[in-house]
Ligand binder design. Structure first.
Ligand SMILES: NC(=O)c1ccc[n+]([C@@H]2O[C@H](COP(=O)([O-])OP(=O)(O)OC[C@H]3O[C@@H](n4cnc5c(N)ncnc54)[C@H](OP(=O)(O)O)[C@@H]3O)[C@@H](O)[C@H]2O)c1
Length: 300
């Protein structure tokens, strides 16, 4: 296991997007039993109840206690599509209470605003997270998919900055400017969708994104950079991609519904040399791939 130099967020967590409640229950239970200590869910994933059932079993059957695991969930801010009502200060508090209830917990470790789509209510939403942090119900508060402009709004309003920002990062989407800004401002960086370059990434019907057929072909090719690098480091492609992120002190959230992959995504311990880190830097395509509705960082 790798050392974690983030201030608050454990380096490897289980992602649960695209999991049903039942899948989230099974994978959360197995992952924590295997050694994972961080689970990432969200109100909009509609599987917080599954995570809750797994935690209940874990606390009953093992020596682990609540403070041995780190649970992240997210406020759906609204505003993504026309009918998606934007949450105000009170709605945000209510949404939090609902997540807490569904998770059947006394507190959440990290509560994030899922995206900047709250537009003119972003500040209001942030103030309600600040209020929550004053209580014992949440330890850390943060944002997700917020760019420099969005975080600067907090500075302009003399508000405290987020503890963490969860963003899409992988070799095809490296966001150097945003990373530099987050580091300068001591904001923990949580990378999501680390495995985008794999040909097996979101390959099932209904698992949508902006990944193109050409990108899928790139991942399938025998001489794809990550196949060659995995051979060189005697690891799997997924492990190479995860180490690439962890080595830069990003927390990662690999999602899988497969038990062997869950273990593979946790069991890696090697260093990528500087030449190869520099080479991977050249593979950046810019932009974003994960969100089918377009890059959330671009929201005004
Ligand atoms: N804040 C946000 O806006 C946001 C957006 C996206 C994601 N996230 C968070 O980040 C987590 C991870 O991102 P993600 O779900 O986009 O995808 P990911 O973890 O980058 O990749 C998951 C995909 O790769 C496959 N996979 C997993 N491990 C593998 C392995 N070892 N070898 C080959 N294929 C493997 C999975 O298939 P199987 O499941 O079939 O194994 C799935 O299709 C999410 O679950 C969520 O918690 C947050």
């Amino acid at each position: 296991m790798n050392n974690n130099t983030n201030q608050y967020v454990p380096s490897i967590g289980l992602g649960t997007y695209n999991m049903s409640s039942e899948e989230a229950e099974k994978m959360t239970y197995e992952a924590i039993k295997y050694g994972y200590r961080h689970i990432d869910t969200a109100a909009v994933y509609k599987n917080e109840d599954g995570v809750a059932r797994a935690l209940k079993r874990i606390f009953k059957e093992t020596q682990l206690r609540r403070d041995d695991v780190f649970i992240t969930t997210k406020l759906w801010p609204g505003g993504l599509i026309k009918l998606d009502r934007i949450r105000d200060y009170k709605d945000t508090l209510k949404s939090f209470e609902k997540s807490l209830m569904r998770l059947n917990l006394e507190y959440i470790d990290l509560y994030l605003i899922h995206s900047p789509h709250g537009k003119n209510k972003r500040i209001e939403q942030w103030k309600s997270l600040m209020k929550l942090k004053e209580t014992e119900k949440v330890k850390y508060i943060g944002v997700s998919n917020w760019g420099i402009n969005h975080i600067n709004e907090l500075k302009e309003n003399d508000l405290p900055l987020p503890d963490a920002n969860q963003i899409e990062i992988h070799p095809w989407s490296q966001k150097p400017e945003l990373i530099k800004y987050l580091r300068e401002n001591n904001i923990d960086i949580i990378a999501y969708s680390s495995l985008v370059p794999l040909s097996s990434w979101r390959h099932k019907v209904g698992e949508n994104s902006k990944k193109t057929d050409e990108m899928y072909k790139l991942g399938e090719s025998d001489d794809s950079p990550f196949k060659l690098l995995a051979q060189k480091y005697k690891c799997t492609e997924a492990q190479f991609l995860l180490q690439w992120a962890v080595q830069q002190n990003f927390a990662v959230l690999p999602k899988t519904v497969n038990l062997d992959r869950m273990k593979e995504n946790f069991d890696f311990n090697f260093e990528i040399n500087q030449n190869d880190m520099h080479y991977v830097q050249t593979l950046d395509m810019g932009g974003s791939i994960t969100w089918e509705y377009g890059d959330p960082l671009k929201v005004q």
